[in-house]
Design a protein. Structure first.
Length: 287
């Protein structure tokens, strides 16, 4: 971070957090808004907003600052959940203290959450959130939040791969996408069977610039199934694609474009629907 106030990208929030595990007091690093710090670029098929580098501030990644992490014990979650960890979850988290720190350091070396967030620390924070939602009960909708954290971690790993080529961060990004594929579809399955509600998540994201709501989750369930579902077993592939097509078809039965379903999003969804249809028709003879 530059010394000049005019060139700062982040600041420490006035709001203090107290870790529910170790009772450490700390403040969250936040992004300044405005001033040309964020220059929106393209929207990817994963509903990830890319940003153009600014001549004044360089490249800024908003996702780096989203997950809250206790700088001492590395307990992490989304902001609204940080103080809501249930008692049995606290016991699990304390038991996993060494495990989550050691495992995080294996993937993301030289992290210090007392310092300003780096790209590496941002990716680590999303990994920690993914891991720590194992400590929450079903009322917090942990499965979809794990899926979201896994996908966001993959996006930051993409950026690490660009910054540190040849270090296998691209391979890790694929692994976290496959994890997100499982978690998104598992969350949908649990919601449909009544095993876990989705009411515990306030913003489905998946990125920070736009909340695509439940419809966005449905789209990503289908997209991740198409990209990272079964690939080598023909019968499994066919079944997976048919499930993905049914999931995404629901989007077109939910009305016209709206605030949560802008035309650009529906166009991306329509393109995926057509792509899945084409593979089902050409490879499996399914209409």
């Amino acid at each position: 971070m530059a010394d000049s106030q005019d060139l700062k990208v982040t600041f420490l929030s006035k709001k203090e957090f107290k870790c529910p595990l170790c009772e450490t007091d700390f403040r969250k690093e936040e992004l300044f808004s405005g001033g040309g710090r964020l220059i929106a670029g393209a929207l990817t098929e994963e509903l990830h907003r890319l940003y153009e580098p600014s001549l004044k501030y360089g490249v800024v990644f908003p996702l780096v600052y989203q997950a809250i992490v206790c700088p001492e014990c590395w307990f992490s979650s989304m902001e609204n959940d940080f103080m809501q960890l249930p008692s049995d979850g606290k016991a699990k988290a304390r038991k996993d203290y060494d495990g989550r720190i050691n495992d995080t350091n294996l993937i993301f070396p030289n992290i210090d959450f007392h310092e300003n967030r780096t790209l590496m620390a941002g990716a680590a924070s999303q990994y920690l959130a993914l891991r720590c939602y194992d400590y929450f009960n079903k009322d917090a909708s942990p499965t979809i939040k794990q899926g979201l954290s896994s996908l966001r971690c993959a996006w930051l790993l993409d950026e690490l791969s660009v910054k540190f080529p040849g270090q296998h961060y691209d391979w890790l990004g694929t692994l976290f996408r496959k994890k997100a594929h499982y978690l998104y579809n598992e969350a949908l399955s649990r919601e449909q069977s009544g095993k876990e509600t989705l009411s515990g998540i306030k913003a489905f994201g998946p990125d920070t610039d736009k909340n695509y709501s439940y419809e966005g989750m449905l789209y990503l369930c289908a997209y991740l199934r198409y990209k990272h579902g079964p690939a080598h077993n023909e019968e499994q592939r066919k079944t997976s694609l048919e499930d993905a097509r049914r999931t995404i078809a629901k989007l077109f039965g939910m009305g016209k474009s709206s605030k949560d379903k802008p035309g650009a999003f529906l166009e991306i969804a329509r393109k995926l629907y057509d792509t899945i249809n084409k593979e089902l028709t050409e490879n499996f003879g399914v209409q």
